[in-house]
Design a protein around this ligand. Structure first.
Ligand SMILES: Cc1cc2nc3c(=O)[nH]c(=O)nc-3n(C[C@H](O)[C@H](O)[C@H](O)COP(=O)(O)OP(=O)(O)OC[C@H]3O[C@@H](n4cnc5c(N)ncnc54)[C@H](O)[C@@H]3O)c2cc1C
Length: 400
């Protein structure tokens, strides 16, 4: 049987695995790193199926890892893209309100932004009109000049090539299968991989792998699907990213307009409870045991209406209806050509962690581990934005 031995063996070639590998190589240039990826190339799940927004960092409470890393991550990812001539669209963003209650939340977001040392401004209707005359709000809006968009697939492909040049070994079409103990695992091709340290960055499967090493005891992943519609008309409806006021009790931001790195306008993503982990559409990647487990949890949350899951599920499932979906977005604009939002584009699925004891959705990133293994759990949005400083944090706190 083939046997491979690495100082650091990473499971998953999404943005988190790739940036951690880059950080390790920077600190320990002679270290031997291997990356196992079950797909044929990098970024085939969340990291290549997201909105590509570099968030600014005003949504998160100051005590969270998300607050710590979003502002710096936004800056560092932009610098990285500039240095390496990768695309950036400095598309900026506004959060708009519908009523007085939402105005209060805008003030709260502004305060969080100031606490997190983020560049945010409360702007009047008049100033909003100057930024984009087609955007509606109730009295005020929150303006984020630093929000930008990048091409997540381009960033990940660049990182992969960079790591190959630095001597990192990639094993595509080869996944983690089983923990063999004594610092070794079996791959899906039945090869043994030995390691000094295993780093589990497997996204939608991170909790399952962590359980094989006796971690993630309190958690399970509930997959939430994000679908998008693309504008195919001629005159763009907006020239800046437009977001509604979110419900701060859950981790989702509501249907919004994103100006992609190529200047296209998309609306979405939704947060529709999915039935298995890679349940992108139809019977894609169907897995019966996952269906039983995920659906079991969803039924439990639904019946007990934990964290208002029943309302959330009803609200979200309705968004499969194009008319309803576009109506939600249209409420933020004066003129909106619904028919031109006609093309469904590639959906993404969030690897959202549920705390099984408290029956709450976990809001922040979670890292667990010991001397031999590290498990990155709940690397949900804005983990792409946070990835560079988050990788540094993981190396500082769990590797050195
Ligand atoms: C709809 C949507 C919109 C989002 N929008 C934004 C945004 O605008 N801005 C932002 O900052 N963040 C956004 N995010 C969040 C961001 O995309 C994720 O937080 C980030 O991509 C997570 O990266 P990851 O490397 O942890 O996971 P992934 O990208 O999912 O990577 C995990 C990898 O592990 C592999 N894997 C799984 N199991 C195994 C196994 N057994 N063996 C080997 N490999 C395995 C998978 O194939 C995958 O490649 C969004 C996410 C979604 C779903």
């Amino acid at each position: 049987m083939n046997e491979n031995k690495y100082d650091y063996l990473i499971v998953g070639a999404g943005i988190i695995g790739l940036t951690i590998a880059k950080e390790i190589k920077k600190r320990f240039p002679l270290s031997k790193i291997g990356i196992l990826e079950k797909e044929s190339k990098e970024a085939q799940h969340s990291s290549g199926r997201n909105s590509g927004v570099l968030h600014a960092g005003f949504y998160y409470t100051a005590d969270s890892l998300k607050a710590k890393f979003t502002r710096d991550g936004n800056f560092l990812m932009k610098e990285f893209c500039k240095e390496n001539k990768l695309k950036i669209n400095h598309s900026q963003k506004v959060v708009v309100a519908k009523n007085n209650e939402e105005v209060k939340t805008i003030h709260k977001l502004y305060e969080r932004g100031i606490q997190n040392k983020v560049n945010v401004e409360i702007i009047s209707k008049k100033r909003l009109k100057e930024l984009d005359p087609n955007i509606k709000t109730h009295n005020i809006a929150l303006f984020s000049p630093d929000t930008s968009t990048i091409d997540p697939e381009e960033v990940c492909a660049f990182l992969k090539n960079f790591l190959i040049e630095k001597g990192v070994d990639f094993y595509f079409n080869e996944g983690y299968k089983e923990n063999l103990n004594n610092n070794s695992i079996l791959s899906s091709k039945n090869k043994i991989f030995k390691f000094e340290k295993l780093i589990n960055t497997a996204g939608l499967y991170a909790d399952k792998i962590a359980k094989d090493f006796a971690f993630s005891k309190d958690y399970t992943i509930i997959p939430f699907k994000g679908i998008y519609l693309k504008y195919t008309g001629i005159k763009k409806p907006v020239n800046i990213n437009v977001y509604p006021v979110p419900n701060l009790n859950n981790p989702f931001l509501g249907v919004h307009f994103t100006i992609t790195v190529n200047g296209e306008v998309i609306i979405g993503p939704t947060s529709i409870p999915a039935f298995w982990r890679e349940n992108y559409s139809g019977m894609d990647n169907f897995n019966l045991s996952e269906l039983i487990n995920v659906l079991g949890w969803e039924v439990n949350l639904f019946l007990n209406n934990e964290f208002n899951f029943r309302t959330l599920a009803f609200q979200e499932i309705k968004k499969y209806n194009k008319n309803h979906f576009t109506n939600l977005a249209s409420s933020m604009l004066y003129n909106f050509d619904k028919k031109s939002f006609s093309e469904w584009i590639r959906p993404g699925i969030r690897a959202q962690l549920l705390n099984k004891k408290t029956k709450e959705l976990v809001m922040d990133f979670v890292v667990e581990g010991d001397a031999n293994t590290i498990h990155i759990l709940n690397a949900v949005s804005p983990a792409f934005t946070c990835s560079i400083p988050f990788a540094k944090y993981v190396v500082d706190n769990y590797i050195i």
